[in-house]
Design a protein around this ligand. Sequence first.
Ligand code: SAM
Length: 263
Amino acid sequence: MRVMSGDYFIGVHDRELERLKAQHRAWLPETEALWTAAAFGPGQHVVDLGSGPGFAAVDLAKRVGRVTAIDKAANFLDHVRRQEIANVATLVRDLTRDDLKETFDGAFCRWFLAFLIADLDAVLDRIHASLRPGGVLAAMEYLGVEGVTSSPPMRGFDAHTRAWIDFYRANGGDTSIGRYLPQRLEQAGFRIRSVRVVGGLAHRGERWWHWWGRLFDDFGDTLVDGGFMAADELANLKIDWTHAPPGAFIHTPLLLQVVAERR
Ligand SMILES: C[S@@+](CC[C@H](N)C(=O)[O-])C[C@H]1O[C@@H](n2cnc3c(N)ncnc32)[C@H](O)[C@@H]1O
């Protein structure tokens, strides 16, 4: 595994880049529906906050005038830059520290604010200040992971769910951010235009099934090494997952999609 510089606690390396690519594909229909709800369209300049390698930024750029992808991990942004897309720019910024000097028509973030809990209000203030009046933020963040479970019950599955929640928390993140994000947006000077919740049932072999199952291979060892789950729970989970019967299904994390307008 080639380790890249810069870091967020999930990791900044090639394997995580590939996982983010697969994750983007798994949630693209819902992401596009959020962009439609936010009325992101031609002529607008939209910022993708915590863009990572920019898989969403590149698709977003097909529907708006231009996109600026911002992330603190320069190596993730290199992936976007190398594609030389005329209407996609990149900026290395740590949103917990750096002000945004530009003014945008819209802002988008996905799986980003959940990592910045201690600085959430300061980051929301920064996003607010970077939008023109009437500009819109479209955020897609975890509402909850607690309900993630499987049918039939698989050994280690619920332990892994718990471990994922605890892993976030131990690193200053929160998989429940969606529960209080709308209120915090209002406090920061936004007016909530719409909220929606996506996620839920995924049958064996469907896109969300593969998305969640990939975590066992990509992060299982990290969760075990960190004491968040036991080695035999992970080993049994991998066996039961591989042998899941055709009728098996899971309930995925729920994601909040909130569209908020700068007052
Ligand atoms: C889970 S990834 C999500 C990437 C992308 N939004 C997506 O949906 O594919 C979280 C990203 O947030 C970035 N990030 C975390 N903390 C940040 C901060 N303080 N400032 C800027 N980016 C940050 C990480 O470097 C990482 O690329």
